[in-house]
Design a protein. Structure first.
Length: 208
């Protein structure tokens, strides 16, 4: 008869299992990972992971949901003490880049891998929505202040697409040897800021 575990013990083992899954998915890819491999990694019986997850896709959804939650939490904390909307937005962007480079395995699984039945995992859907919201929250004050113009959703996706694209190029080692990541990032963000500049921003630049 299986040992009865406390909620804390269950939570601890789930986290250990998710940690192992994140490593294995990132290193070997989805098809090469099995719950049997994960069990061996943790030194438990082959059937133990099935007490916590239905199948491989179930644990992959949990890995990705945790990644999105940690990503969102990082961005939500960034710039909280900044009163200036530009400074707050810059802090969020910097936090995004740090997260992507410090948690590369999680980042790849979050964005570079999709699951055809994602809607079957409510926690993953919730975490994705939370992360998506962070990409517009720091831009809303800029639009409301007239510093940038455009539909919030469209503007947020423009910044997100640019930042994500550059990060993926760097992680894939596809930037040319002459390209400096920081310089490209600055050019990208500056170009977006100027291209979307609202009346207030344009007026301030003209007076400077």
């Amino acid at each position: 008869m299986p040992k009865i575990l406390s909620p804390a013990q269950i939570g601890d083992f789930r986290e250990r299992l998710i940690d192992a899954a994140e490593r294995q998915f990132a290193q070997t890819g989805h098809d090469a990972v099995s719950l049997r491999h994960l069990a061996a990694d943790l030194g438990v019986s082959p059937m133990t992971p099935y007490r916590y997850f239905k199948d491989k896709d179930d644990i992959l959804a949990a890995v990705r949901a945790r990644g999105f939650d940690r990503f969102a939490e990082t961005l939500e904390r960034a710039g909280q003490d900044e009163a200036d909307p530009w400074a707050r937005s810059a802090a969020v962007g910097a936090a995004y880049v740090r997260f992507a480079f410090e948690h590369q395995a999680a980042y790849r699984l979050m964005f570079d891998l999709t699951q055809p039945n994602e809607n079957a995992y409510p926690d993953l859907v919730r975490a994705c929505e939370r992360a998506r919201a962070t990409m517009s929250a720091h831009l809303r004050p800029l639009i409301e202040a007239g510093l940038i113009e455009g539909d919030l959703t469209t503007v947020a996706h423009a910044y997100w697409a640019g930042l994500h694209g550059l990060i993926v190029l760097n992680l894939a080692d596809k930037l040319s040897p002459e390209a400096d990541f920081g310089a490209v990032l600055t050019t990208l963000v500056t170009g977006l800021n100027r291209g979307l500049a609202g009346r207030e921003a344009a007026s301030a630049e003209a007076q400077s």
